[in-house]
Design a protein around this ligand. Sequence first.
Ligand code: NAP
Length: 280
Amino acid sequence: MITGTTKLLGVIGHPIAHSLSPVLHNAAIAHLGLDYVYLPLPVSPDQLQQAIAGFEAIDLQGFSVTIPHKQAIVPLLQEISPAAKAIGAVNTVARTDSGWFGTNTDAIGFLAPLRELDRSKQRAVILGNGGAARAVVAGCQELGCTEIQVVGRDRAKLEAFRTSWPNDLPLTVHTWSDLPTLLPSADLLVNTTPIGMHPDIDRSPLEALDRLSATAIVYDLIYTPRPTKLLQQAQARGLEAIDGLEMLVQQGAAALELWLKQPVPVAVMRQALEAALAKH
Ligand code: NAP
């Protein structure tokens, strides 16, 4: 029940109507019986600064950040975590005594389903070089990958991507034509492109996965549909296949933990998200 004492959380984005974050967070808040509510907050790019000032005025406790604000918000915050600095984007903002603190929980989310897997999975091939690819590279760095190979279609963007990371990171960039030589030694293949996402469910970023080794893991960040065409191809070959749902759940759980300063019911959040996706 929302009362006069209810504390406010939310998500800013433009558009925001299709965000699953309110479902994810309000399920956990209800389960914990806390006096909080998590709201969708539509903020257009030209209103970002005013919105942040307003959040301070109404004592918003924290908020998630989604497209198109993940980078634009950085200069408006008082403190940025090392994770957000490395990724170059903020997806979570918390209120602290010294102002707004921005961090990025996407790499935590990405890593969650990989934690239980064999740590010798060390050669990663990442398809795409956009925002999500940055969180995946940060995750692979934390995983201790010995090779991180990022594949993109635009040479200038690939070069900019490479130079935005420390020189000593074992990161190389490639165009799609290099894939036949990259795949045979890949332990982990991650799709961070939107190829195969609803409604284009019959598309896959790769025609075939026969060049991958039998022990490779195929990870698709997409969570609609489940499984994607790429993951169906992986399953048909008997490969380990991971979809993007757990990443979404776990990046949200990490954010909620930061705001509430207590453990959160991850299973409740997962269940709420699965139920919401089933209605789509
Ligand atoms: P983004 O910043 O727009 O990056 C998309 C990347 O894919 C870019 O490098 C883009 O290349 C490439 N790409 C797009 N269409 C392509 C095509 N037809 N052929 C080859 N490359 C193509 O988007 P994002 O924020 O990284 O998100 C990417 C995907 O990850 C989305 O499907 C999103 O739903 C998913 N995601 C999932 C989670 C999760 O929690 N599970 C979190 C974040 C994102 P150019 O740069 O050359 O255009």
